[in-house]
Design a protein around this ligand. Sequence first.
Ligand code: 9G3
Length: 567
Amino acid sequence: MKQSMTLIPTLREVPADADVKSHQLLLKAGFIRQNASGIYSFLPLGKRVLQKIESIVREEMDGAGAVELLMPALQQAELWQESGRWYTYGPELMRLRDRNDREFALGATHEEVITSLVRDEVKSYKKLPLTLYQIQTKFRDEKRPRFGLLRGREFIMKDAYSFHSSQESLDLIYDKLFQAYSNIFSRCGLNFRAVIADSGAMGGKDTHEFMVLSEIGEDTIAYSDTSKYAANIEMAPVNADYVKSDEALQGLEKVLTENQKSIEDVSSFLNVSSEKCIKSLLFKVDDQFVLVLVRGDHEVNDIKLKNLFEAGSVEMADPHETKTVLSCPVGSLGPIGIQNVQIVADQAIKAIVNGVCGANEEHYHYVNVNPERDFEVKQYADLRFIKEGDISPDGQGKIVFAKGIEVGHVFKLGTRYSEAMNATYLDENGKAQPMIMGCYGIGVSRTLAAVAEQFNDENGLVWPAKIAPFDLHLIAINMKDEIQSSFASELYDQLKQNRFDVLFDDRQERPGVKFADSDLIGLPIRITVGKRASEGIVEVKIRNTGEMLEVSKEELMATLTNLMKNL
Ligand code: 9G3
């Protein structure tokens, strides 16, 4: 491609509203342009990277036995009404009406569409297992689109769905696609972890997220410093056996704690460690109030709370609700004497002896509080977030946190959709059974941004060779110089004949501009035709190491082939 013929609008200054590296660089280097909040155009260079990532995805998905199809983005509301999700999703699901006033959703995901398709076309167990995938635009009206392609409202997803007549068959395909995902992200050059995740609204039990390690990631990963264990912090179970101290139980006592509200205030005012404090928080679990107790130095994990109650929604009661329900302000709450809401506690509470808790009276706390003696707990469970330094759930090593960008998510769905939509097959005995399903997503445009986030330096992007928009950047210093321009054009043709993808900077621009743009765009190898053109010598520069070498025309093809092999 000749730069004089394409569109690569590089910028000199950093765009104001871009606050992460990948967003800034993709804009500066002319890969994307924003149309509206969370909605982008992929300019020629951005489109070429997308294509490279998509071809890696296709190779690995096809290799795992999946078959590509393409479903519509416009989805009849009836399908989402059948699955029930028409009613459970809010404004994030974009909806519209056609000219006959019929309702549609703009596809945020395709479980309903694919299940209705397979329901109609697959009747016998002999046709299973079947794994179908597509690479297509998705629409989700995010409340706060941000970080460029990392959280957009229109984005490109590879979504796959598998259909099975047995759990074993699902397990087999799940493992195959798990491996395919690892191959995909490795081939994109990404440093990623597959982490145990929470299936959220999707139901089903096993699910893993593929996380690219990055300090701008929105997810927190808890991983072991010695074993392979890694989990989304929402999911990581706490593997702790709390030792109960053998100190004698003291008499319960109510003490004045004027204006001491937070655990920190109370524990320092009473000179008691936060580990002996009981933090009481009122939650609304679906439509009932629950008082949740955790140790003063722990935090309630609302996902674990939600899973404990198998609830649809869990949120903390606001101060007004708290005052109404418990007739006491936040900051003095405690379990003692509570009759009108049920109490659940994290397992750490059981080991507290002579602890401290709110007295359900403003400015008062109890000391020498002993669970079971002074208050009843309906259920003890693992309800807290894991912390750095905790023992790893697999018992090996200690937990360390890292931030991650979710680029993939795989689920064992079970029959949640096939039952809701009556997608059945006839088994060996001719009996109708609901299909067992899996679903598997990769954020393709998000993966592009994650690579840009991981591969850059002070001069711009540094694309891994396998997904760079071009292999080589050919630059003629001075296109007005007859020798340079004819040598460069001759090389351009020769390189293409040797099947290299070449971006030829044939513009009438000053050398400084050409070099700055070349570093910004970040192709793996740059070939400069300059003052030694008359001797048939070019300069070759490796983008990610900065290494420079002078090469004669005769040696150039072999040198480039060799260099590309090692990139
Ligand atoms: C919606 C909206 C947002 C959503 C969903 C539905 C996330 C939704 C989860 C998934 C599950 C899997 C197939 C590929 C892999 C992921 N956000 N999810 O279902 F209507 Cl507005 O998308 N889908």
